[in-house]
Design a protein. Sequence first.
Length: 381
Amino acid sequence: MAIAFEKIPDEFIRKAPIIDYKTPLASILGKLNSDPVVILTKNGEYYGIISSSVYLLNGTSQGISKKEAAYKHAVKVSPLDKNTSVANAIRHFSTYDVEAIPYIESDKILGVVRLESILKSILSMKMLSSYKVAEIMSSPIITIDSNTSTAEALSLMRKKKIGRVALQESGKLTGMLSHEELLKYSTGLRQRADVKMGKEDRLPTGKALDIASEIDFIGHNESVDKAIRSFVTKDSHTMIITRSGKPVGILTPKDILSAAAAENFESEENITISGIDRSTKQYEEDIRSEAEKTLGKVNRFTKFKVLNLSLHVKKHKVRNYEIQARLWLDKRGALSSYATGYSIEETVAEALERLYSEVKNKKEIISMSKKGMESQYSEEE
């Protein structure tokens, strides 16, 4: 796997729109239909990025002012550079959950490295060739009724901090709705002369099923390599995992990145803390201590082999702190949680407690799945 620690190839760097950070957000949203991100600069220097998922999922039900500056919705993703290895780029993408990351050399923005290029590198290096999709999938599948409105669907996605939901009718999955479809729907209506958006941009009410995409299904025993090929060739972002024809989990590029990152960093320290700045540096040791306690609980409660526990700290003006926690398990995929609050200590504790609840749910699902398989075999005998 030595190739994973080589530098990012020049052919990975692609052009991307670069705009001043004070540009009104409403005027640049249309660019996200053709480009994965828009790069923001302040006084000619890199400031952050705008992506469709961040804009939609971090918004509010009140919408945004048409004149609101783009920087208020920016994500300050650490850029890649000539010293970044492919393995570290994978870790970056897994941490930030965006579709492109800026590439800078000598303080000059050369472009972005896209998620597609990273997925291709994972495939070519055969990082996950020995894995089955069931081993790295996420569960449970979040579903909504097919008749749910787009506004209600977006509200749920914001509440749960997820990028997609499956549509369901009479117990059957009928489509997949992601932030990409919602953004295209929103910007498409905004450009129509007969639709009045008002003083603030709010997502007009429509039917979720009308803009949802078809679902890609894949069997639980298929290889991860097959899933990656599908993501790259179909430009798909979600696959539903099935066992005996029934949906049992969901697979996204984030799951693949998490598994690849864990595979390449298994020998390093198994607790990663990011997003720390001068104002939060004093809490770093306390955060690490809480993370160690959580790992201890996981080890006592399950036989899962933990590859890595990562915590990302975000500061917000309204809720002050958002903590994103992610646990990578060997052969069991990744689990995530988040929490927001005014106290960083309490928010970290809440995020880790939610993560531990996800671990317990995972163990219960695996136990039920095994019992189901045993029952199936008994009936066949």
